[in-house]
Design a protein around this ligand. Structure first.
Ligand code: PMP
Length: 435
C-alpha cells in the first residue's frame, strides 16, 4: 500500500518548484486524487461536493468524454495542417448552436488565447486599436488579455490601464448607480456608455464584455443594456465581442449562450473552460467578413488548437449536454437553488443579494442590512463550507461574493446539501436567525 503524504508534505513539494504566485484555495488546501461528476475525493478518503468548478461542465471525468479522448489518443493526434474528420465535424456541430451570421471558427487552447485572438481579429477587421472593456471584467492571462481585464490591470499590484483601453461602468443593478428599483436601469447605464462611445467615435475597434461578469461577483448586465451599446459600437464602425467562457454551453439554463438573454447577436464570441470539460481548449467564432479580413494577414497556426483529440472531446461534450438534457437541468435545478438561497436571504441580513441564472449564481455577503462588503464573513463561510466538504469560492473586487457554478448534472438534493450547510453555519455564526 502506497503511503499517503500529509497535505503539508505535498504543499512543501509543490512550493519547491512552483511559484507561490500560483495560488491554492482555502486556508487548508485539499490534496485531491480523484473526481467523478459533481464529486471530488481527497487522498484521505473524504468526498467533497463540488459546487464551484464550471470547467467539468457535464461532470468530472464523464465516461463518454473520457472515452472520446481515449479513442482518438490511441488512433490519431496531429494538427490542422493535415486533413481529418474531427475538425470539421466539431466545427459544424458548434456552429449550429449559433445564429447563421456567426460561422467561422478558430480553435486554440485556452480562454486567454481565445480572447487574445478575438482582439487581433477585431483590430484586423477595423484597422483600429482602441478596445472598450467592462469594469471588473476578466478575459485571461496573456498580455493582451490582461490589458483588457479591469479585474487585473486595476488591481493595486496590476499594470494600470493602457492608453488604448476605454473602460465603461458595470451596469450593476444591486449596488450601482441605477438599481432594480428603477425600471429602465439597463437603458440608463447604456445611455452613459453610448455617450462614452461617442466621445471616442470612429476609434473603437471592439467592445468586449461577459453577459454575467464573473470576476465582478457574478453580476448580470442589467436587462436592456447590450442592445443600445452594441448599436453604438457598430454605428462608429467597431465590433462586439461576447466572452462566453463562463456563461456558455447552456449553463445559464434559459439560454445556450449568455448574450441571448440580452437579445443581441455579437460579431465575435469567445469560448473556453467548459468547451471540452477540462481538456485544455478554447475557441473563437466570428462572421465571414471578420474572418475574411484576417485571411489577408499572415497565416494563423496553433500547434494544438483544433487537434483531433480536442475536437472529439469537445464534440462529446455537446452530445452529452443534449443527451442528458443538461441545459434544462441547469434551468430547473438553478431556479430551485436560487429560490432556496432567496429564502435564506430572508433570514440573514448578511446576504445582500442572490443573483445570476441557471447554475451560475452569486451570493453577495454584506455588513448586515447594508450593501457594504463583508469580506471576512465571506471568507469564513467559504472555509467553513470546505470543512463541511462543500467546495464554493469567493470573488468580486472585495472578494465578498460567494460563487457557485457546479457541473450541470448538479441535483436538487445537492442544492439542499449546500443550502443546509450554509444555513447551519450562518445560524452558528449569529447564534440565531436574524429578521
Ligand atoms: N474569460 C473569462 C470570462 C474567464 O473567466 C477566463 C478564465 N477564468 C478566461 C477568459 C481565461 O480563460 P483561461 O483561464 O482558460 O485562459
Amino acid at each position: 500500500v502506497k503511503k499517503v503524504d500529509t497535505t503539508a508534505v505535498v504543499l512543501q513539494k509543490r512550493n519547491k518548484h512552483i511559484s507561490t504566485i500560483v495560488s491554492y484555495s482555502y486556508n487548508e488546501p485539499i490534496y485531491m486524487v480523484r473526481s467523478a461528476f459533481q464529486y471530488m475525493y481527497d487522498a484521505y478518503g473524504n468526498t467533497f461536493l463540488d459546487a464551484y468548478n464550471n470547467i467539468p461542465h457535464v461532470g468530472h471525468s464523464h465516461p463518454k468524454v473520457v472515452m472520446a479522448g481515449q479513442q482518438l489518443m490511441v488512433r490519431l493526434n496531429t494538427n490542422t495542417r493535415y486533413l481529418y474528420d474531427e475538425l470539421s465535424a466539431y466545427a459544424e456541430r458548434l456552429v449550429a448552436t449559433f445564429p447563421s451570421s456567426l460561422n467561422k471558427v478558430f480553435f486554440v487552447n485556452s480562454g486567454s488565447a481565445a480572447s487574445d485572438l478575438a482582439i487581433r481579429l477585431a483590430k484586423a477587421y477595423t484597422n483600429r486599436e482602441k478596445i472598450m472593456v467592462m469594469e471588473s471584467g476578466y478575459h485571461g492571462n496573456t498580455q493582451t488579455s490582461i490589458d483588457i481585464s479591469d479585474y487585473k490591470f486595476n488591481n493595486p499590484k496590476g499594470q494600470g490601464q493602457k492608453d488604448y483601453i476605454v473602460k465603461t461602468t458595470i451596469p450593476d443593478t444591486y449596488k450601482g448607480k441605477y438599481t432594480l428599483q428603477i425600471q429602465n436601469a439597463g437603458e440608463l447605464y447604456a445611455k452613459e456608455a453610448v455617450v462614452q462611445i461617442q466621445q471616442h467615435a470612429h476609434t473603437i475597434a471592439a467592445f468586449i464584455a461577459e453577459p454575467v461578469v464573473g470576476c465582478a461577483g457574478q453580476i448580470p448586465l442589467a436587462a436592456g443594456y447590450l442592445k443600445p451599446v452594441y448599436e453604438a459600437i457598430r454605428d462608429q464602425g467597431g465590433v462586439c465581442i461576447s466572452d462566453e467562457v463562463q456563461t456558455g454551453f447552456g449553463r445559464l439554463g434559459e439560454h445556450f449562450w449568455g448574450y441571448e438573454a440580452q437579445n443581441v447577436i455579437p460579431d465575435i464570441v469567445i469560448m473556453g473552460k467548459p468547451i471540452a470539460n477540462g481538456h485544455p481548449m478554447g475557441a473563437v467564432i466570428c462572421t465571414d467578413q471578420i474572418a475574411a479580413s484576417f485571411e489577408e494577414g499572415v497565416e494563423f497556426f496553433s500547434s494544438f488548437g483544433g487537434n483531433p483529440v480536442s475536437c472529439a472531446v469537445a464534440l462529446s461534450v455537446l452530445e452529452v449536454i443534449e443527451e442528458e438534457g443538461l441545459q434544462e437541468n441547469a434551468r430547473n435545478v438553478g431556479n430551485y437553488y436560487k429560490e432556496c438561497l432567496k429564502e435564506l436571504q430572508k433570514k440573514y441580513k448578511c446576504i445582500g443579494d442572490v443573483r445570476g441564472s441557471g447554475l451560475f449564481l452569486g451570493i453577495e455577503i454584506v455588513l448586515d442590512g447594508t450593501t457594504k462588503p463583508n469580506t471576512d464573513l465571506a471568507t469564513t463561510i467559504k472555509n467553513e463550507l470546505r470543512d463541511r466538504h462543500i467546495l464554493i469560492s469567493t470573488d468580486g473586487p472585495h472578494n465578498n461574493v460567494l460563487k457557485t457554478k457546479p457541473a450541470l448534472c448538479f441535483t436538487k438534493a445537492n442544492v439542499d446539501t449546500v443550502v443546509d450547510a450554509l444555513s447551519e453555519l450562518l445560524f452558528e455564526h449569529y447564534n440565531s436567525v436574524i429578521c
